[in-house]
Design a protein around this ligand. Structure first.
Ligand code: SF4
Length: 468
């Protein structure tokens, strides 16, 4: 899970990329970077940490030029260290190129082994570096052709931004796992971003979504769209609407907020329960909790407060931080919970340990009953396409029935949204698309049906995220 942004044709390109990354911070909090081009050379800043801490006024002033790309990272492949921070910038025979990647390549290990056997030397453990090596070795003559040639050899999920001295190039993989949108700033500048919520901050207007399999090239001659890959059935990540994306974003024409609200409404129909108050596990559970309250007629209130000064539980890579983080981040409002029958709405249950602590926290604040409602189906498999989920064995729903999970988290009742209900919530909002599950989505972590097989088990060759 990462976020990317690209700006072309604006004298404040690096500053706008910085603002764009601010809006995308929820997609990755380990490291961030910006590469800018002044037309002759690339300059970059990459650091571990949050966007607001990394980019000082001096550093931004160093990033000269009218084009820039930026990246916020959460590691799904490769360890958590500065050498894996993005964008990656390299020199090759045709000039310089930088790349920022949101996604995960399922054949990166095979490609890396082949490239190393042929003499390539890798600087990082990130799967994205494989793309850079393939570009450098390509026999095509132009950068867009080299990129297309490289990407025809990789398999998996990628929404990519590339920057050379004179071009901004964006590519969304043929299945469209990760979102990507195109906007305009004023009359002349373009912005490309993982999520449309970034448009608001930089006062850009939404132009359109970048389609699965599309490459956009922007340079002094304007903007060109290409389709360099064989067509494939679309498999947009369903979990973007459930959890990852910000609710004020639209993905492929579907409002994330409205989809989540509908998930909550449908959840109330599928799993009703007599109760006094509906609360959310903030922030990603809020819209679904409001939907549940509206449909059920039970009042919504804020029973849990979230500190915004620590990262989101699910995307912190260390087990120690994750456990500690629940207490750091969530705090019960006793006045809302005391003596009440509480419905608590969350977006998913991963290992079950966080949910168990939340239930215990609500009971500890005096709730009489705690009914957990989940706005997605049981997560039964890991993601192989850019989301860092635990292994199948660690996912509680992969090897436990719902009632066993309820007992483990010590809730009075537990209800998950059906897959059908999730599809209704997301696909009911826009025009039909082609391929994938109903109307072109990936649902592999809920259904176990993976659209692209990993050529080697996804986890077995990955480095540990942090030393034990
Ligand atoms: S497996 Fe789940 S999280 Fe991964 S792309 Fe598919 S729907 Fe999204």
């Amino acid at each position: 899970m990462c976020g990317v942004v690209g700006i072309y044709g604006h004298k404040e390109a690096a500053n706008l990329a910085y603002l764009g990354l601010y809006a995308l911070q929820h997609r990755g909090q380990e490291s961030a970077g910006i590469v800018a081009s002044d037309g002759e050379r690339l300059r970059f800043v990459r650091e571990m940490g949050h966007v607001g801490d990394i980019f000082t006024a001096d550093r931004l002033a160093h990033l000269k030029g009218a084009a820039a790309i930026g990246h916020v990272r959460y590691s799904t492949a490769g360890d958590s260290s500065l050498k894996n921070a993005q964008p990656i910038a390299v020199d090759y025979s045709g000039g310089s190129v930088a790349v920022g990647h949101n996604g995960n390549l399922v054949n990166a290990i095979e490609l890396r082994e082949r490239l190393e056997a042929e003499g390539s030397i890798f600087q990082s453990t990130s799967d994205t570096e494989v793309i850079v090596h393939l570009i450098a070795r390509s026999r095509e003559t132009t950068l867009p052709e080299r990129i297309a040639d490289a990407l025809r050899q990789v398999r998996g999920a990628y929404s990519l931004v590339f920057l050379s001295e004179d071009k901004l190039i964006a590519v969304r993989d043929p299945m469209g796992f990760r979102p990507m949108a195109l906007g305009r700033i004023g009359n002349d500048a373009h912005i490309i971003t993982s999520e449309t919520c970034a448009f608001e901050l930089v006062e850009a207007t939404f132009v359109r979504n970048i389609e699965p399999g599309e490459m956009i090239v922007i340079d002094k001659d304007g903007l060109r769209s290409m389709r360099p890959f064989p067509e494939a059935p679309a498999h947009r990540c369903l979990f973007e609407w459930v959890y990852f994306a910000r609710p004020d974003s639209q993905i492929d024409g579907r409002s994330v907020y409205r989809a989540r609200e509908h998930m909550g409404k449908r959840l109330a129909v599928e799993h009703p329960v007599p109760a006094d108050v509906v609360i959310a596990v903030p922030d990603s559970g809020v819209a679904a909790a409001i939907g549940y309250a509206r449909e059920s007629g039970i009042p919504y209130d804020q029973g849990l407060m979230r500190s915004h000064y620590v990262g989101r539980t699910f995307i912190e890579p260390s087990q120690q931080i994750r456990h500690f983080g629940v207490k750091l981040k969530l705090s019960p409002v006793h006045e809302v919970l005391r003596g009440q029958r509480v419905v608590v709405v969350d977006d998913s249950i991963v290992r079950g340990t966080t949910s168990r602590k939340i239930v215990s926290m609500i009971r500890g604040a005096g709730a009489r009953e705690v009914h957990m409602r989940i706005s997605s189906p049981p997560t039964v498999g890991p993601c192989r396409y850019g989301i860092d989920t635990p292994t199948k064995e660690e996912l509680i729903a992969s090897n436990h029935e719902v009632d066993d999970i309820r007992k483990f988290i010590e809730a009075d009742s537990l209800g998950y949204l059906s897959l059908e209900g999730l599809y209704e919530s997301v696909e009911g909002l826009a025009r039909p698309a082609l391929g994938g599950g109903p109307q072109g989505f990936c649902d592999a972590c809920f259904s176990g049906k993976y659209p692209i097989a990993a050529e080697k088990p996804a986890r077995s060759r990955q480095l540990r995220l942090l030393p034990a």
